[in-house]
Design a protein around this ligand. Structure first.
Ligand code: FAD
Length: 844
């Protein structure tokens, strides 16, 4: 080792401070100087959002080290407020500017380390420099946000960009009582995970009353007195008090570029496996470097603290001992807390694999955080990506409430070691009921993936279902009828798994069969039955109905603060903040007064039911079973940890006539209070009713006419008629003049393709570009047959109920305001409710 080496380090936070500290341990005699542009070194930038949100209450706790402690403990000189403005690699010299005095000077080096990090992207949007618009990277930026929040008491915040930092800020500002709106240009939040995993985050953000817009960006900011107007590219305008820009970051590579160092395709400083730049005496670490991705082989950057720290150690060893330690590249293992959820990923996503043209397979599995019989288990969803040829792991993504972090670390370990899905199956984890199951969620993911490689099972993903030819497709729902009644995929046939062997004749052999259950396991068992009884084209819907439902429902959460207003006294007023806070919904099912009254009237009558740890349909089945033992008027309080229970219990009560008193969500826990009602639950297949129900699925003029002829006929015969408009059928009940409604991309696409209202419907046959329907209307007139609009009016006056299917509206992007006045909006439960008392059920 050479004597008295001079090591200069640019940047004194994650990568720079670690490199410096390790250098000292390697070389006691060296002169080590850190130059840091800011006033602080080695601070906890990952903790900044939590300091703003007051979870970290003391500012001092953010500072892991200080220049003084570095000097005292490590004999490292730290020059803060010192910006390196130029590097002269030939002379091995840097120019430094003292930012307090503006004085400039030079320093020579034997080895130079660059750890300048990444800077927040600030695009040239009009008004972006207005007061009240912040970025978050450093301590001064944190202080600025914190004092704005403390001094100005803002009521609303807009977060632009829904990456990790954006979502952490959303949570922290929400925790301070602000109404938070997120604007995200992509169709999902958290771009590092794939859509179906992000969809779970979307649904969770909804339960927290976070407003968010997807597939929309900011066009401009405008100051209007005390407030900021944020205009989106879609034309929508949001009023706010403050804005956090978290659009993304880019490597701070300007200094390196100007020094003639090689810059990679990503804009990062190119380093080799020893973390050496294109100049022999200069190394680089952290957010600013570009390295070879160990999974894809292409050049990439990782903006994470873990890799920066580990690179610092390798870099210091190579500087002190010669290039012996190699950096294998980051696999981007990341985790974030998003309200009650934990979202984590490692390796590469489907999006990246697709973009890189790498063949892959993926499976989605749903597991419990620990044994279901031990209290408090909560669900987690895992997406596993791997090579179709040898099962090598490419990546994993997990979303859940508990134990997500340790599972992603297991995946990351297998991935880091070049492991396969067989290795996942063999991971030997620590197990006792409070912590895991004998087969951990990671093992299960491995087993399921293995099955797809050995041909035991074939998976298909939710987004492929729509692409398949419906004439060639048989969708087989193997859940119980009770589960199916709460919602199923349009067109599916329900044959419970326990009846499948006896009812095989109902499953056509000449069609592609997609079989699904709630999460995938029962579908797998059924798939095995089918495969072994001569069915060749059978697929298991990956992640089951749970993933399908979450991914196909409306994702954005727009206009939720529309009912609120900013008063003259500068307060934000909302209809009933306490109720919204407690129930997460404003459906009138809960009021503090009512709860008080209920407690007084029924103190001893509340039966406690614990369904925690049960996956759908467990909690609903338990509710059904327990309520049967109650007297009319008695109540039960059921606690479940399946978040879907909040929705299911409402639909179930609606369907069975029991009264839902309250639903509260608290993290993964859903607590519902249900009162037994006298009304008898009808069997779902009942055909003894006197009423009629028509499912209006088609937007063909002739089919709509046929439907209304039958509906009016049934109404005139004294039947109660319900017309349930779903999918294309929604066009029939659209207003002729619709108010302007903001829609997402798919909504706009469907909107442009679909008939605007009933007068624009086409014939199913011989339409001849609209000529056929005009001829039909003329012919009907000549034969004194009412036009469709007249038939609809007749139906309305005869008391026919028009119900629009909520799920179809979400999918087709149809807004309630576009529908004729008086149309009810309901779910499958509403239909089932009507159908159960109908003797006539028609699908048109
Ligand atoms: P930095 O830590 O950013 O340090 C670079 C330093 O170099 C800066 O202080 C800068 O002032 C200084 N500098 C730049 N140019 C010069 C110059 N010319 N002269 C002198 N000084 C210069 N990562 C995670 O893994 N998990 C998290 O939870 C997480 N949360 C985060 C939350 C926030 C709010 C932020 C901002 C980042 C977060 N990160 C997180 C990312 C993580 O902080 C970075 O990946 C990590 O700090 C990168 O280390 P670095 O040394 O490359 O850069």
């Amino acid at each position: 080792m050479e004597e008295n080496m001079k090591y200069m380090i640019i940047g004194g936070v994650a990568g720079g401070a670690t490199t410096a500290a390790r250098l000292r341990r390697n070389d006691e005699s060296a002169e080590i100087i850190i130059f840091e542009r800011g006033a602080h070194i080695s601070y906890a930038n990952c903790g900044l959002p939590y300091y703003i949100g007051s979870t970290i209450s003391e500012r001092d706790k953010l500072f892991v080290q200080t220049p003084e402690s570095f000097k005292a403990k490590l004999n490292i000189e730290v020059r803060v407020r010192s910006e390196v403005t130029a590097i002269d690699p030939d002379a091995k010299k840097i120019t430094v500017k003292n930012l307090d005095t503006d004085e400039e000077y030079t320093e020579t080096y034997d080895k130079l380390v660059l750890s300048p990090g990444a800077e927040p992207v600030k695009p040239p949007i009009p008004g972006i420099n207005e007061e009240g618009i912040f970025t978050l990277r450093s301590v001064p930026e944190t202080d600025a946000i914190k004092s704005f929040v403390d001094d100005r008491s803002p009521k609303r915040a807009v977060i632009v960009g829904a990456g990790f930092i954006g979502l952490e800020m959303a949570e922290n500002l929400h925790q301070l009582g602000l109404q938070v709106t997120i604007v995200e240009m992509a169709q999902q939040v958290m771009n590092v995970v794939d859509y179906e995993i992000a969809a779970e985050v979307h649904q969770h953000l909804k339960t927290k009353n976070v407003e968010f817009y997807l597939s929309d960006g900011v066009a401009s900011f405008r100051r209007e007195g005390e407030r900021l107007a944020v205009t989106l590219k879609s034309g929508r305008e949001i009023e706010t008090d403050m804005v956090i820009l978290s659009i993304g970051v880019r490597p701070e590579s300007k200094l390196a570029r100007e020094a003639g160092l090689e810059i990679g395709r990503t804009g990062g400083i190119k380093v080799d496996k020893y973390l050496r730049t294109s100049n022999h005496e200069i190394y680089a670490v952290g957010d600013a470097i570009e390295f070879e991705n160990p999974i894809t082989g292409s050049r990439s950057i990782t903006y994470l603290a873990g890799p920066a720290n580990k690179q610092g150690r390798i870099c210091a060893d190579n500087i002190a001992h010669g290039d012996k330690s190699t950096y294998k590249g980051s696999i981007a293992t990341a985790v974030a807390k998003v309200f009650d959820l934990t979202v984590a990923s490692t390796g590469v996503s489907e999006k990246t694999l697709t973009a890189e043209g790498i063949p892959f397979l993926s499976v989605i599995t749903h597991s419990s955080s620990h044994a279901g019989y031990y209290p408090g288990a909560s669900p987690m969803s895992i997406k596993t990506l791997y090579s179709p040829s040898d099962g090598r792991l490419f990546g994993a993504q997990i979303v859940g409430y508990e134990g997500v972090d340790k599972r992603i670390d297991l995946f990351a370990t297998v991935l880091r070691c070049g492991g396969t899905v067989w290795d996942l199956g063999e991971v030997e984890h620590a197990y006792a009921p409070p912590y895991s199951s004998a087969k951990d969620p990671v093992n299960i993911a491995g087993f399921v993936a293995q099955n797809t490689l050995t041909g035991v099972s074939q998976h298909i993903h939710w987004n492929r279902v729509e692409e398949m030819n419906p004439d060639r497709l048989f969708l087989l729902d193997v859940r119980t009828p009770e589960e199916a009644a709460l919602g199923m995929i349009e067109g599916a046939v329900n044959i419970p798994d326990y009846e499948l062997r006896q009812r095989l004749s109902e499953v056509p052999k000449d069609k592609t069969v997609i079989v699904y259950c709630a999460a995938g396991q029962r579908a797998y068992f059924s798939e095995r039955i089918l495969r072994q009884t001569g069915y060749e084209e059978v697929y298991n819907l990956s992640g089951g109905y749970k993933t399908y439902e979450i991914s196909t429902q409306r994702q954005a959460n727009e206009d939720i603060f529309a009912g609120d207003y900013l008063g003259k006294d500068d307060h934000l007023y909302q209809a009933d903040p306490e109720r919204l806070e407690r129930t997460g919904r404003l459906d009138g099912s809960w009021t503090p007064e009512r709860e008080e009254e209920d407690r007084r009237l029924h103190p001893a009558q509340l039966k406690e039911v614990d369904a925690s740890g049960m996956q759908c349909p467990g909690p609903i089945m338990k509710l059904k079973q327990e309520i049967e033992g109650l007297e009319t008027g008695q109540r039960l309080r059921e606690t479940a940890t399946d978040p879907g229970f909040a929705r299911d219990v409402a639909a179930w009560c609606n369907m069975t006539g029991n009264r839902l008193i309250e639903v509260k969500e608290d993290g993964p826990r859903v607590v519902a209070v249900v009162e037994k009602q006298e009304r008898q639950v009808r069997p779902l297949t009942s055909t003894d009713g006197n009423n009629a129900t028509l499912i209006m699925f088609s937007d063909d003029l002739d089919k709509a006419l046929a439907g209304f002829v039958l509906a009016n006929g049934a109404a005139s015969a004294g039947k109660e008629v319900t017309m349930f408009f779903t999918f294309w059928g929604l066009s029939i009940i659209k207003k002729e003049q619709t108010p302007p409604v903001r829609k997402d991309l798919m909504g706009r696409m469907f909107g442009s393709m679909l008939p605007k209202h009933s007068d624009k419907l086409s014939l199913s046959k011989m339409n001849f570009g609209g000529l056929g329907s005009s001829m039909m209307k003329a012919r009907m007139k000549s034969k004194n047959v009412d036009a469709l609009e007249k038939m609809m009016a007749n139906a309305r006056s005869a008391g026919v109920r028009f119900v629009a299917c909520q799920m179809s509206m979400d999918i087709m992007g149809v807004d309630a305001e576009e529908l004729l006045d008086g149309v009810e909006i309901g779910g499958v439960a509403t239909y089932m409710d009507a159908a159960s008392s109908s003797g006539v059920n028609l699908f048109v």
